[in-house]
Design a protein around this ligand. Structure first.
Ligand code: NAD
Length: 503
């Protein structure tokens, strides 16, 4: 079976995608809708309902009803359902990937990778949930024992960004469902289509109605209602640090459980003993994959003086070979920036760096070419001599522009790398494993990759230090965030303390 997917229909034949709530396709109660555009062509792809606070309430009610059933479903059955979900998603991977590319812009192969990552997360947690062990511990006084069990938290509000709409849904829904929670999902307004399709597939794998609901619409309405709704017990948020602050503020009123995966300004450090060719490939891949719009994209490159000139020459050569185009074209290496506003932010950062004395080594402008006119394309860009006070050195540069810094040694590189409010990812490139380990311990970031660009794996916990957020997704740690630990103390008759006054 192949899902009927909506591809670009152009302005003349719009198609109204609905939301998926309580196992059914629904419209917004307001009857309003908004359009979704292809960032490579500017064409309208589809129209989705503009969800309201009432729509979120309806979804939260459905998720709360379903929670009673799903949380009591035996772990082995939850595991089976997740394995079926992953199989169904793999069966539909090509169609989902095409849809994702049309709304997000990334090349088809990257979209396929994202869909596979969703399936990997389901498989990983389906396997984990069937293998859990606990312990029975005697009380220190010998009066009895205690056990710590865990209960799922309840209804989770998953709020998603536009850069990885599919894999990040998997990072949340797979562990959350495995643990017995239910979901209200809010996709980013510019990338709702693949998430709605995915959620509609989940029901076919045997998830009960209401286990995962998706409400499309603006952050200020749908997102805010998710944060404030009393039936939603936990917020799993991925997005900008500024929005994360708002998530914490509103969630604090109801003491909601919160995990925040926020922005980053990841350093890549190349030592003088690194394999230069490998590191050049890693820098290009790490910065220009997803058009530089990954939370863990390489956003600042630190080169130790001794290898800097040779490295820069090779990186410029490599960067010039990156083919920019529509992600639907199999020849494309890098798609468009996701929106016009996002491209302007990158352009402003490049201009700011130039004003402060930076030199553009390659790129630095919109590419020419008739077929690229209507999309939000920007050339893969390298800059040297960037002032440490420049915006792209201090803030998150979310697009295909990479500032290169030359440092005298590893010590200076680490000091500079840590001089940021962020602490998400980082990488160190050297053949000396002791040096790598020592540097990894000193770099203030949730993950340090050694001799690799940033690649997330289902089994490895992922998350930020400092203002890149808190909590972890993926790995065993990612599952723990979907439980409340529950302690049970058991006293043997006759052995317990006597409870009489005076105490
Ligand atoms: P964003 O913060 O603008 O939006 C994220 C989501 O929050 C969207 O669904 C948006 O509609 C919603 N939202 C906006 N205002 C809201 C409000 N007041 N209440 C509730 N929800 C609201 O982020 P974005 O531009 O979509 O994504 C890019 C950002 O995400 C980058 O900073 C990137 O680094 C970060 N990111 C982090 C990770 C990670 O794992 N740490 C992963 C991917 C992306």
């Amino acid at each position: 079976m192949r899902i009927s997917l909506i591809h670009e229909r152009g302005a003349l034949s719009p198609f109204l995608m609905k939301m998926f709530v309580d196992g059914a396709w629904v419209e917004s109660e307001s009857g309003e809708s908004f359009e979704v555009f292809n960032p490579a062509t500017g064409n309208r792809i589809d129209t989705v309902p503009k969800g309201t606070r009432e729509d979120v309430k309806r979804a939260a009610d459905a998720a709360a009803r379903c929670y009673r059933k799903w949380s009591e479903t035996p772990a082995i059955e939850r595991s089976r359902v997740l394995f079926r979900v992953s199989q169904l998603v793999r069966d539909h991977a090509d169609g989902l990937a095409e849809l994702l590319t049309s709304e997000q812009g990334k090349p088809l192969n990257e979209s396929k990778g994202e869909v596979n990552s969703f399936a990997n997360s389901c498989e990983y947690y389906a396997g984990l949930i069937g293998r859990e062990r606990g312990a029975h511990t005697p009380l220190s006084t010998g009066e009895g024992f205690f056990i710590v069990t865990r209960r799922p938290i309840g209804v989770v509000g998953a709020i998603l960004p536009w850069n990885f709409p599919v894999s990040l849904l998997g990072w949340k829904a797979a562990p959350g469902l495995a643990a017995g929670n239910t979901f209200v999902v809010k996709p980013a307004s510019t990338t709702p289509l693949t998430d709605v399709k995915l959620v509609s597939i989940l029901g076919k794998a045997g998830l009960p109605d209401g286990a995962v609901n998706v409400v499309t619409g603006p952050g200020g309405v749908v997102g805010e209602e998710i944060l404030g709704n009393p039936k939603i017990n936990k917020i799993a948020f991925t997005g900008e640090t500024a929005t994360g602050r708002r998530v914490m503020e509103v969630s604090a009123r109801l003491i909601k459980r919160v995990t925040l995966e926020l922005g980053g300004s990841d350093p890549m450090i190349v030592c003088d003993d690194a394999d230069i060719d490998l590191a050049v490939e890693g820098a290009a891949w790490g910065r220009f994959r997803n058009c530089g719009q990954s939370c863990t994209s390489v956003k600042r490159l630190f080169l130790v003086d001794a290898i800097a000139d040779a490295f820069v020459k090779k990186l410029v050569r490599k960067t010039k070979t990156i083919r920019v185009g529509d992600g639907a074209d199999p020849q494309t290496h890098m798609g468009p920036v996701h929106t016009g506003a996002q491209r302007e932010r990158v352009e402003e950062m490049v201009e700011d760096a130039k004003d402060r004395g930076a030199e553009v080594l390659t790129g630095g402008k919109r590419p020419r070419g008739k077929e690229l006119k209507r999309g939000y394309f920007y050339e893969p860009t390298l800059l040297s001599g960037v002032d440490y006070k420049a915006k792209m050195a201090r803030e998150e540069c979310f697009g295909p522009a990479l500032p290169i810094f030359v440092v005298k040694d590893l010590e200076e590189a680490i000091e500079r790398a840590n001089d940021t409010i962020y602490g998400l990812g980082s990488s160190i490139w050297t053949k000396d494993i002791e040096k790598a380990y020592d540097a990894a311990e000193k770099i203030q970031a949730g993950t340090t990759w050694v001799n690799s660009p940033p690649i997330a794996r289902a089994e490895v916990p992922f998350g930020g230090f400092k203002q890149s957020g808190f909590g972890r997704e993926l790995g065993v740690e990612g599952l723990e965030h979907y439980y409340e630990p529950k302690s049970i103390q058991v006293y043997e008759y006759g052995k317990g303390k006597k409870w009489s006054f005076p105490i």
